[in-house]
Ligand binder design. Sequence first.
Ligand SMILES: O=P(O)(O)OC[C@H]1O[C@H](O[C@H]2O[C@H](CO)[C@@H](O)[C@H](O)[C@H]2O)[C@H](O)[C@@H](O)[C@@H]1O
Ligand code: UDP
Length: 471
Amino acid sequence: MPRLVVVSNRVPVPSPKGSTATAGGLAVALEAALKSHGGLWFGWSGKTSGDREIEWLEIRDFGNVTYAVADLNRRDVDEYYAGFANRALWPLCHYRLDLTDFSRKDMAGYFRVNRSFARLLAPLLRPDDLIWVHDYHLIPLAAELRHMGVKNRIGYFHHIPWPPADVLSTLPVHDTIMRGLAAYDLVGLQTDYDVENFAGCMVREGFGRALGGNWYESYGHRFQVGAFPIGIDTDIFVQMAEEGLKNPIAKRTKESLNDRDLVIGVDRLDYSKGIGQRIEAFSRFIEMSPSAKGHVTFLQITPKSRSEVPEYADMQKEIAELTGRVNGQLGDVDWVPIRYVNKTVSRAALAGLYRIARAGLVTPLRDGMNLVAKEFVAAQDPNDPGVLVLSRFAGAAREMDGALIVNPYDTEATANAIGRAISMPVEARRERYNSMMPKLREHDVAAWCRSYLDVLSQATEPQSEGLRALS
Ligand SMILES: O=P(O)(O)OC[C@H]1O[C@H](O[C@H]2O[C@H](CO)[C@@H](O)[C@H](O)[C@H]2O)[C@H](O)[C@@H](O)[C@@H]1O
Ligand SMILES: O=c1ccn([C@@H]2O[C@H](COP(=O)(O)OP(=O)(O)O)[C@@H](O)[C@H]2O)c(=O)[nH]1
């Protein structure tokens, strides 16, 4: 197997004590994948350092993984990360045209940082390395590397939804984005819906043609496109959850519940996660169910995220106010309906908390996959499992058929689903749990990594005479 070089915006370099605090599915999944495989992990250190241009890398080895990270200066962070990536591409891919803010200055910063990353990465590459680039921050990277003469196989995985052609084409530079993707050898997406949307953008908008199988041709380059739904490290998560109650946070939480039922939500503070709609639905559930009043506690764990982006700062305020209002209206002297926590909780603690919960609420308005949905199910006690309430708009809904699937825009229906989850008889809960666990075990993060890298490393282009143009 050639050496694996992973490139991602976020690189969670372990601290010398061996721990990393990461909230975000990409970092969590790649950490598991790279540790089992070994290789090089390249990207942003997450640090902002003054005005200096990106010109040097910090390189450190931990076990079989070499981490090579660069600091970004303030302008780069503003334009590349907070700007084009998180104010244009992120809202666009999550169908939020109302929040998409396109600026040519940010776009220039985005391409500039990608070029700088390519310059730093190219000298570290060996001829037979397999390069795997992750997420929307880095779409132009392969084109930049190709420009510098890099001939290696380069794959791209898009962790967030791919929008339909009508949504994508609202971005003034969508053609440049499509051209950037055509420089890869394999474009991986989370679900078959994302692949359909991507193919629509490619073919309908005239950027390329489908060649049959998974092959496309665009801007003179042939490449594959496929769905590779990301998984979790299922066995490790099951084990963490079995030992979950030894975790002090989970233990303290259980004691503090005084036999009340626990409903849990865990999300970065992001407008795509539907946290406001979820709080409204929980509040509606309490209003509709007098017996739940005083007997159900909703714990929403929400680490702050991308606070430098104005839409996220606005949302922080809105959710805090909404939680306060609901607690004020529905709470009592001895019961607070919603416990709202704005800090990152370790995954060991989360595993224990999921295990003691009666229901897990994963109700994004749009989400690439949502690993919390998978972790919640994996953490359950097989004899007495809790129930997952899952948005139909999460990529995870394509696989997790034992969940109660809801439309998060429908407050009443989500409120009913919360009630159904809490009162569901144990046989029905077990049946749902048993229908999902085999898939979670089979399609874990190692299988995701294997299936993607097998296609990337073994792909052979279709012969031109045998080509069947579909458009
Ligand atoms: O790096 P941040 O800006 O702090 O954001 C955290 C990550 O959020 C996104 O995660 C996505 O990837 C998950 C794993 O595939 C998927 O389950 C989830 O649906 C996605 O939202 C983002 O795509 C990452 O790049 C960020 O690091
Ligand atoms: O306080 C927290 C909140 C979240 N997470 C982890 O962050 C990841 C979130 O991934 P997901 O795919 O659900 O969403 P994303 O944040 O990547 O959009 C999951 O592995 C969570 O266990 C965590 O470790 N601590």
